[in-house]
Ligand binder design. Structure first.
Ligand code: UGA
Length: 430
């Protein structure tokens, strides 16, 4: 059992802290947002992530997980301090590292004995060096410390299983001293541990996310060719993905990737590469293809319905992917705004993301069920592949719609079946 402090109780911090507690460590989660800490202390959970609430309650009750807004309290009680604060993009595409710097200074100011300071946030290569420099400068007591890079690879919506069964743990260090304690932290997770230098660990994260985004854009580019050639992207992806060197994951064509990671990390990685003297034009093309998927989708809607002005369009799905209420850079939201720009009236449903969308979307009708969305709409668009949409009563949907038209941005239905049911059905790349 190790005493761990996690600074930043956002997505990564909260889920990581909870899973560390679940495997038996003592965890204090810190956040400077007092309201968030109050909510967590009262048993509330500020984000929706399957299984998280139950796990938090269990570990709080077991006395292994607690919350505070005071960094000093967390640092004093812990041998290892994880930094999991946001690293948002700046307007120019660079990463804003002010929260990382601020936390490094705060830790330095309260540190009274040797600490291992681990960066879990996604940061540009060479950030660890800067963090170490900052801590040395602001650490008046001159106590020993080590800075470690330990990127996180969890996905929203499957964060807990991802964290509990990771493919690998990457630990970037500049000396051997912190390695054994970090190995103890991760021992219960039964995953291969890879020890690297700090710069390599930091690069692994940006390189991995960019490669996954590249896979998605590759599938999306292929989907255009499939449409032009009368082939089926699913079959092509299955055939390609069966090659172990390629793998089937992240070859699903659709309306493009969104969320708080891929778009931000790609643009950051392009900037970092530029600063290091390399023009990563391959990744610029990945971004371009991603943007074009939304335009292609709107074009399909236009081709099917012609003029959108005053037409009522039903939309299923708002979150950037299923099993989350996160709508940050969700392609669904962007597509809805574009439909509205063209004069359409939009009705929407999402199992979890409606509350958050109310702050982002204006003049949209939020419906309790998918059937209510379909009722009186000229067409139904699928923008997020929630499981509950896969099992819709399509006869009922057909009766509710003004015309039996489904335009599926996530390829959740079988085109043959939908055509047999009498739908005009369009999807991506097939
Ligand atoms: C992503 C990575 O998958 C995680 O490994 C990483 O830790 C995380 O970013 C991060 O940097 O924090 P996440 O953004 O939560 O995770 O979600 P993904 O499951 O990767 O999906 C991202 C986007 O790609 C979604 O909009 C999804 O719809 C889209 N996608 C995914 C596709 O369009 N096609 C696919 O085949 C797969």
């Amino acid at each position: 059992m190790i005493n761990i402090c996690i600074i930043g109780s956002g997505y990564v911090g909260l889920v990581t802290g909870t899973c560390f507690a679940e495997v038996g460590h003592n965890v204090i989660c810190v956040d400077n947002n007092e309201e968030k800490i109050k909510k967590l202390r009262e048993g509330g959970v500020p984000i929706y992530e399957p299984g998280l609430e139950v796990l938090i309650k269990k570990n709080v009750a077991a006395g292994r997980l607690s919350f505070t807004s005071r960094i000093e309290e967390g640092v004093d009680a812990s041998e290892i301090i994880f930094i999991a604060v946001p690293t948002p993009p700046q307007n120019d595409g660079n990463v804003d590292l002010r929260f990382i710097e601020g936390v490094a200074r705060e830790i330095a100011g309260v540190m009274k004995s040797y600490k291992i300071i681990v960066d879990k946030s996604t940061v540009p290569v060479k950030t660890g060096e800067k963090v170490a420099e900052t801590i040395s400068r602001y650490n008046k007591a001159k106590v020993d410390f080590d800075v470690v890079s330990n990127p996180e690879f969890l996905r929203e919506g499957s964060a807990i299983p991802d964290l509990m069964n990771p493919d690998r743990i990457v630990i970037g260090v500049s000396s051997a001293r912190p390695v054994s304690l970090l190995k103890k932290v991760y021992d219960p997770f039964n995953a291969p541990i890879m020890v690297t230098d700090i710069n390599s660990a930091e690069l692994i994260k940006h390189a991995a996310n960019s490669f996954l985004a590249l896979k998605i854009s590759y599938a999306n580019a292929l989907s255009q060719i499939c449409e032009a050639a009368g082939a089926n992207i699913e079959e092509v992806a299955n055939g390609m993905g069966a090659d172990k060197r390629i793998g089937r994951a992240f070859l699903n064509a659709g309306i493009g990737y969104g969320g708080s990671c891929f778009p931000k990390d790609l643009s950051a990685f392009i900037h970092i590469s530029e600063q290091l003297g390399y023009d990563f034009s391959l990744l610029k093309e990945v971004e371009r293809i991603n943007r074009s998927q939304k335009d292609r989708f709107i074009k399909k809607v236009r081709e099917t319905l012609w003029i959108l002005q005053d037409k009522t369009i039903g939309v299923l799905g708002l979150s950037f992917k299923p099993n989350t209420d996160d709508i940050r850079l969700s392609p669904a939201i962007e597509i809805i705004k574009q439909l509205q720009n063209e004069g359409a009236k939009v009705k929407v449903h999402d199992p979890k993301a409606m509350e958050k969308s109310k702050q982002e979307l204006e003049n949209v009708i939020f419906c309790e069920t998918p059937y209510e969305v379909a009722n009186g709409a000229e067409a139904l668009l699928i923008l997020t592949e929630w499981d509950e949409y896969r099992t819709l009563d399509l006869e009922k949907i057909k009766l509710s719609l003004n015309h039996p038209i489904i335009i599926d941005g996530r390829n959740i239905f079988d085109p043959v079946k939908l055509t047999e049911l009498g739908f005009i059905y369009k999807s991506i790349g097939r």
